[in-house]
Structure formats: structure tokens, C-alpha cells
Ligand binder design. Structure first.
Ligand SMILES: Nc1nc2c(ncn2[C@@H]2O[C@H](COP(=O)(O)OP(=O)(O)OP(=O)(O)O)[C@@H](O)[C@H]2O)c(=O)[nH]1
Ligand SMILES: [Mg+2]
Length: 329
């Protein structure tokens, strides 16, 4: 009996040839299983893929522990580190390419990205470090990925808004991280420093908004998850929503930019000091110079809006984004 396989089957089957790792092969074969129509003529093929997947899973289980425990960290750079995670093919790399202008490898098959890699995203007068990562699936997550999420200041979860699998994939990601003691929380959450399990401020990025099927994911997520995380619709392909996304990423970091100035001179607006939101004059003084932190007498502050204009303040004055400060010994 003929198998009558649809053309999509052969498209995906081609990518199997390029698959190198067991994880990759499993992911592609599962995709094939979801495409193959079920009838007498395809029984053998379905059984074949099932047994291949089972063998590969065994192979993964039996890998030596050293590889599993591999440590991996990326040196922080810029105003903050944001890790970009998600299911295969969601467009994580495409999004990073669109935000940074760097030629990140993007392709139409799963597990294109195999290693974590840092890229710098310009935002106004600062740069934010974005980390591209290999995908997370129900069958596989790199052992070091959860550790890297713990190290980052914030998380972007990229989903393909045109895919019917995205809600289920989000659930897999949330659960996988939870198993490793990482919980993803909304962007405005204030996190106590000694909080355990780790809470990470997160934004859901619903990518591929340019595709016709992309309209319903936001609603679907609302039904499944309620308002657990903030979300934004974008398209890495057309750049729709990307400027808004940049602003969201900046706010996710919960930092303020402060310009320090010498009396009688202009501040350098191109190189702000970066402080955590909630920092005061004394925190700034410590960053500017040891002398200031030891001998600081008072400071003068100007704000962005022009409503604070050279106001004389004490050490515990709370700083706002884009304040200009003159430190006086
Ligand atoms: N239409 C459309 N296609 C997109 C968009 N973003 C990414 N793609 C396509 O989606 C496919 C996957 O993109 P990648 O950026 O490689 O996806 P990824 O999430 O990095 O995938 P892995 O590295 O395998 O985890 C590619 O064919 C991209 O061209 C988008 O906004 N719109
Ligand atoms: Mg990628």
C-alpha cells in the first residue's frame, strides 16, 4: 500500500541529513511523525521513527556525566545581560540579528544555534548584551542553559506566533526551568537579592507577527496562562515592534542612567553611569571615584524633565533615569 506522504514530509526529511546531534535528530523525527498521515501504508515508517527516537534518547541518557555537567558562562558587557531563549525556529537568532545588525546565523530548520553567543544591542546612548542560545524542547535543554539564565539580568522568551505549538512549547520551557529552580516573572517584579528559587524578570516576544496565522497566539496564551508574563508582538522580518521592544528590554533591566558632571562644565551624555533602579547619590559616588565616596559633602541634581534644576541634595537622594549629578566634596 502506498504511503502517500505530503510534500512537507520530504522538505523536513531533507533536514534530517544535516542533523548532527541526537537532540536535533529527535526533534526532526518528531516533526516528521506529526506530518506522516496515519494509515496502513505508513505503519512501518511510523514504527521505524519511533524506534530510532527511542534509541537516540537512550544514547543521550548514557552520555558521560562530564558533558552533562559542563560549565558555561559568558562575560558580562554593557549595561546588562539579557538571555534570549525559546523553542526551535521561533526566530531567536533572527530577532537578535534585527536588533543588533550582526549577521547571526538564521535558518529554516531546528537547532540552527548550538552554542550560546553574546551580541550587543544599541539602545539610545547605551548597549545591552543579548545572548543567543540553542533551543529548548520537551526532549532537550542544554545542561548549562538554566545556569546561564540564573546569571542573566533578564530573559526574553521568543515564540513563533504563527505556530500552533507555541503555548505548549512555552509550558515546556517554564517547566524545564522550574525543575532547575528558575522561575520566570513579569518585568516589574522587584526581586529580593537572596531570593530562592531564582526569579527572573521576563518578557514574552511573540515573533513573526507578519504572518497571517500570527493573530491568535496572544489570546491563546491568555486562556492557558492568564496574565503570568508581559508580552509584545514583533516581526524580526519586517522590523515591526522592534523599537518598542528595545524600550521594553531597557526597562526589564531596571537600571537608571546617570550623567556625572564637573561644576561649571557640561556632562558627557554619551557615557552614563549605570546603576540599579533604587540607587542613591552615595551609590553613584562609589562608582565615580573612591574620593567622592569617602568625602562626599553634597550633590546637585538636574532631571531630564527640567523640573529639578540644580537642586542641592543629600547622600540618600534617589536617582532617576537620565539625572545629571554634580558631586561636591
Ligand atoms: N515570516 C517570518 N519569518 C521569520 C521571522 N523571524 C524568523 N523567521 C524565520 O524563521 C526561521 C527560524 O529563524 P531562526 O532565527 O533561525 O530561529 P531560532 O529560534 O534561532 O532557531 P534555532 O536556532 O534552531 O533554535 C528562519 O527561516 C527565519 O527566516 C519573522 O519575524 N517573520
Ligand atoms: Mg538560532
Amino acid at each position: 500500500m502506498p504511503a502517500n506522504l505530503p510534500p512537507e514530509y520530504f522538505e523536513v526529511e531533507k533536514t534530517l541529513r544535516q542533523a548532527r546531534t541526537a537532540e536535533e535528530k529527535i526533534s526532526i523525527m518528531e516533526k516528521l511523525l506529526s506530518i506522516i498521515p496515519r494509515h496502513k501504508g505508513t505503519e512501518k515508517l511510523v514504527a521505524l521513527y519511533r524506534s530510532k527516537i527511542a534509541k537516540l534518547k537512550e544514547e543521550i541518557e548514557q552520555r558521560p556525566a562530564v558533558r552533562k555537567g559542563q560549565l558555561f558562562r559568558i562575560e558580562k558587557s554593557g549595561a546588562g545581560q539579557v538571555i534570549v531563549i525559546g523553542p526551535p525556529n521561533a526566530g531567536k537568532s533572527a530577532l537578535i540579528r534585527a536588533l543588533t545588525g550582526v549577521e547571526v546565523e538564521v535558518a529554516d530548520f531546528p537547532f540552527t544555534t548550538r552554542m550560546a553567543a553574546p551580541y550587543m544591542m544599541p539602545f539610545e546612548n547605551i548597549k545591552v548584551q543579548l545572548i543567543d542560545t540553542p533551543p529548548i524542547t520537551a526532549d532537550f535543554m542544554e545542561s548549562w542553559l538554566a545556569e546561564m539564565v540564573k546569571m542573566a539580568e533578564a530573559v526574553l522568551v521568543v515564540l513563533d506566533a504563527s505556530s500552533p505549538d507555541s503555548s505548549a512549547q512555552l509550558e515546556v520551557i517554564l517547566n524545564r526551568l522550574k525543575e532547575r529552580k528558575v522561575e520566570l516573572v513579569p518585568g516589574e517584579t522587584v526581586i529580593p537579592p537572596d531570593r530562592f528559587p531564582f526569579l527572573k524578570r521576563t518578557l514574552l516576544v511573540l515573533n513573526k507577527s507578519d504572518l497571517a496565522e500570527a493573530g491568535t497566539l496572544a489570546e491563546e496564551l491568555e486562556v492557558f496562562f492568564g496574565k503570568i508574563l508581559d508580552r509584545i508582538s514583533v516581526s524580526a522580518a519586517t522590523a515591526e515592534g522592534l523599537e518598542t521592544l528595545r524600550g521594553h528590554i531597557f526597562r526589564l533591566l531596571q537600571i537608571v542612567r546617570v550623567y556625572s558632571k564637573v561644576p561649571g562644565k557640561k556632562a558627557d551624555y554619551q557615557s552614563p553611569f549605570i546603576l540599579k533602579r533604587g540607587s542613591n547619590i552615595m551609590d553613584l559616588a562609589r562608582q565615580v571615584h573612591k574620593d567622592f565616596s569617602e568625602k562626599l559633602n553634597y550633590a546637585r541634581v538636574w532631571n531630564k524633565e527640567g523640573t529639578v534644576n540644580g537642586l542641592r541634595v543629600t547622600r540618600d537622594y534617589l536617582l532617576n533615569d537620565e539625572d545629571t549629578v554634580e558631586l561636591h566634596i
